[in-house]
Structures are given as C-alpha cells and as structure tokens.
Write a protein that binds this ligand. Structure first.
Ligand code: UDX
Length: 493
C-alpha cells in the first residue's frame, strides 16, 4: 500500500524496539503492530522472552527480515513462588523477576551493541503498558518511549478512577454491599458501571494496604510516563471517553483493531516472500499453541449461523462446577457448539461424571477441541454467537466478525469489557457472575433465536462496519497509524 512503499527510503534511520509482556493476549496485538511498522519502512526489533520466542518459532518463521527482527530477553525466574500466594503477590514477584533478569540484556538491545548491516540504533521504544521495568529502563537510558496498552480504553479509565472509588468508600467493598449499585464518579462513564462491573483487580482489594492497590497505581502511573499512549481500539467505540482521556494523558493513538489493520495494509504472502520467509513456515503467526484445523471442516458441515463458539481465552481457569453448568446449559439449549478448551482450563476435569445426556448431545451437536484459529472461526458463516470471557482481543475479534457475544468475564479488564458489550455497544449479553445451566441455556437462546437474536445481529453487523471503516483509507485508525509512523520516524531526526 501507499504507506509501505512510499516511506521506506525516507525512514532508514528510525528504529523502534517493541517489547512485550509474555502472554498470548499481549503478543498478538504487539506482533501485529511490529509487522505493520516494519512494512511501513521502520526498522523494528520485536523483543519477547526466550520461552515465548521458542513457542512462536514452532509455527512461524522468526528469522531476521530486512526491517523486522526478533530478539529475546531471559525468562523470569519465578521458581520458588509459593503456590499459596495470591495472584497479586505472584504478579509482583513476576515483575521483580523480570526486572532482575532482563534489565541488562534489554539495555544491551536498547544500546544496540549487536547491530548488523544497515540497522540504525534504536530511536524509540514501544513498551507493553504492564511491563514496568521496560518502561523505566528505556526512560533511564533516555530513549523516547510510547506505552502500548493491550486492553480497552474503558477498563484503563476505570482503573484510573481508583482514588475516587477509595475516597467514596466504594473500594474496598464493604462486607455487605449491593453488587448492582451503580458506582459514581467515573467521568464519561456515569450510570454505566455497577459494583460488579469494576475491573477485577479492584474487586480483589481487601484493605488500603493491599498489593492490588500497588499494582493498579503502578499501571496507572505508567500510562502517563510515556511520550504517547497506544490503544488497540478505534475511535467510534468510545466517542465520549476518548476526548476526556486525551485531556489527562499524553497523546493517544487508537490504531485498532490491529488484526484488521494488518489486513487493510495487505501484509500479504507476496510481501512476506519479498522479505524472504523460511519455506514451510507461516509468515509470522502469533499463536502460541497448536491450532486444530479439523474444527474448520466440522464448521463447514453446519448450517449458517447455527453454532455457538465457546472459549474463555488463554489464562482463565474454571471450576469443575462451572464447567459442568456451562456444558449442560449448552447441550440443553439444543444449539450446536464448538468449544475451544485449553487442556489446563478446568480444575479437576478428570473427576467429572459425564452423563449420557451430555455425551449424546455433544456427539450430535458439539465439537470440542483444545485451540482453534479463532479469527477464522469467528469469520465462518456457520458461527451464530460467541460465548467469551471478554478478553480485549477476543472482544475485538468478535466485533470485527459481527458476531453477537455472550460474556462471562473472569478478571481484570474483562469485567468492564463485558458491561460495555451489553450496555453501551449493545452487541451482546452480559452473563457476569452467574453461570448455572438455566442461565446459560436462556442466554444462548436469547442470542441465537427470534427477535432478540436478530436485534443483536443487526447491531453487531453495524459495529463490524464501524470497525472496518476505521481501518480503511481516511478511517480514524488508519490515519492514527500513519501519524504514529510519522512520529516514530521523527525520533530519528
Ligand atoms: C487477557 C486480558 O483480558 C486482555 O484484555 C489483555 O489485554 C490480555 O490478557 P486473554 O485471556 O489472553 O486476555 O484473552 P484475549 O485478550 O481475548 O486474547 C486471547 C487470544 O487468543 C485471542 O487473540 C484469540 O484469538 C486467541 N485464541 C483463543 C485462539 O487463537 N484460539 C483459541 O482457541 C482461543
């Protein structure tokens, strides 16, 4: 496209180093951005931990291209973490471990001690918004840093309201409180969030000294530390919030949905070949797990919009009880379902007694696999709705495909995302906190049958259209991306 071809020569001196938190939900959008920048003429070094690099390289070609190269920092040594520790302590330990083992190798990459060929020194860093050491070290070394937040604007903004909530006595939650009470004081989001919709880490806060408070404050402060803030989102999603947030933060670049922007920029095989990809490997897919492609054949054999696609992302773990209820609810709904279930997703799954009713219903109408090519699945004509944990990547992928969602969020930003899906964007149903079989069945029917389904489908189709427009020429995300490229190129001057 115009921007990839016209700008290559003028940008020879700009070199961005992108460093990413080790997790699928972070690797996917940041790798998309790395590809987009390199195709737009910016020398791009993508940095991840050794183990993530190994997992990626089993399906992708990670050899150096002309303007895209992959480098690693050591894996955090989280050994010795007491299993009894809560998530907040584990998160803090992980951050400390990354700081102690990765700072020096990362500094070496920043100071480009191993540059070859025409690669210029690093002129700018894009760091994951939850990677504390990466943002701090780049600042110390004096390299301009842009902060990439992989979750939604609304959830980041809700986190930013921690002080207000604490002053109002909303956080920590009093022992007995009404979870459906609307919380006040979030500028731009009045009347939207109930207590139960607050970001997961906020709901976990037990006292004013809590670790979660330290984590939230830390992440909030990182957002104002960089030269600019990047979100995998598009302007039409948050027309009220965006101007408000822009008045508090460094310049915000909304450049999503990134997986759609990469399509618009046509990062095609032809382009990849130009960059000499290793034969037999993907250009560079971001999947950290082996995808089951047989499920696509199963989908091919199902009628249009007849299948509920179910998955709860890369981290969430459900109890045996929840799993049992979901499964019964799905079978009882009478609809077909494709369930992508990580091997480690259900605690104690082997103890489950599978009833005949479940077995029969699943044999007749279900397909259960470990990991699917999700974008492809969502785009398949047979998929009628998406039962999701509301991770931000999944939410965007569902929007782009125009598929209504049923949301069962687990933690962090997912609580806010699911509320926005149902109450603000009206493209799905929020099942938050309740997953007994009757509720699951009712929600599936509501999303798949009659007037309610039609309404959801229509608004999901409108949302898909807005997403598409945002990445097209003159669309907001496309224009913002080009501004971002110009900014990055200016760091070389
Ligand atoms: C969490 C947070 O909720 C998210 O907002 C944050 O930014 C990253 O961490 P996660 O559980 O990783 O999310 O979910 P999500 O952000 O939805 O990402 C999951 C990714 O895995 C999606 O891109 C999805 O396409 C992919 N996936 C999932 C598959 O490719 N196949 C599957 O079978 C399941």
């Amino acid at each position: 496209t115009s921007s990839s071809s016209s700008s290559s020569s003028s940008s020879a001196a700009a070199h961005v180093l992108i460093i990413c938190f080790p997790g699928q939900g972070h690797v996917t959008p940041m790798l998309s951005l790395a590809k987009l920048l390199s195709f737009s003429g910016v020398f791009t070094t993508f940095v991840n931990t050794e183990s993530i690099h190994r997992r990626l390289s089993s399906s992708s070609d990670l050899t150096d291209r002309r303007r895209l190269r992959f480098r690693t920092v050591p894996d955090p040594l989280t050994g010795g973490v007491d299993e009894e520790l809560g998530f907040s302590s584990k998160f803090i330990n992980l951050q400390e471990s990354m700081r102690s083992c990765s700072t020096e190798p990362y500094k070496k990459l920043l100071l480009t001690e191993e540059l070859t060929g025409e690669w210029p020194p690093v002129t700018c860093v894009i760091a994951d918004g939850i990677l504390f050491y990466a943002i701090e070290v780049a600042g110390e070394v004096g390299i301009p840093t842009l902060v990439f937040r992989t979750s939604s604007l609304s959830s980041s903004w809700a986190y930013a309201s921690l002080r207000t909530f604490m002053d109002q006595g909303i956080i920590p939650f009093p022992e007995k409180c009404d979870m459906d009470e609307i919380v006040k004081g979030v500028e731009g989001m009045e009347g939207i969030l109930r207590r139960r919709d607050l970001p997961g880490f906020m709901k976990m806060v037990k006292s004013t000294e809590d670790n979660y408070i330290k984590i939230i404050n830390g992440i909030n402060s990182l957002l104002i530390n960089g030269k600019a803030l990047i979100f995998n989102s598009f302007d039409a999603l948050d027309p009220t919030l965006l101007p408000i947030m822009s008045s508090y933060y460094p310049p915000i670049f909304t450049i999503g949905p990134l997986h759609l922007l990469t399509k618009f920029f046509n990062i095609s095989n032809e382009k990849e070949q130009e960059q000499e990809k290793e034969p037999g490997k993907n250009s560079c897919s971001s999947s950290l797990r082996q995808e089951d492609h047989a499920c696509m054949t199963w989908l091919d054999n199902q009628p249009d919009k007849s299948v509920v696609y179910v998955t709860f992302g890369t981290v969430a773990v459900m109890s045996l009880e929840q799993f049992t209820e979901f499964w019964h609810g799905l079978v009882n709904s009478g609809h077909r379902f494709l369930w992508a279930m990580r091997e480690d997703m259900v605690k104690g799954k082997e103890e489950m007694e599978v009833t005949e009713e479940l077995e029969e219903g699943t044999k007749e109408r279900g397909c259960m696999v470990e990991w699917v090519p999700q974008e492809e699945v969502l785009a398949h004509r047979a998929v009628g709705c998406f039962l999701t944990h509301s991770g931000w990547n999944s939410t965007l992928e569902g929007m782009v495909a125009g598929v209504p969602m049923i949301c069962f969020p687990y933690f962090s930003d997912q609580m806010v995302n699911s509320r926005f899906v149902s109450e603000v964007w009206r493209i799905g149903l929020d099942m938050k906190d309740t997953c007994d079989r009757n509720t699951v069945e009712r929600m599936v029917r509501e999303a798949m049958e009659g007037e309610s389904a039609l309404e959801l489908r229509n608004s999901a189709a409108r949302m898909a259209d807005l997403a598409r427009k945002s990445v097209e020429k003159n669309g907001t995300s496309c224009a913002n991306f080009e501004r971002l490229v110009s900014y990055i190129k200016s760091t070389a001057l």
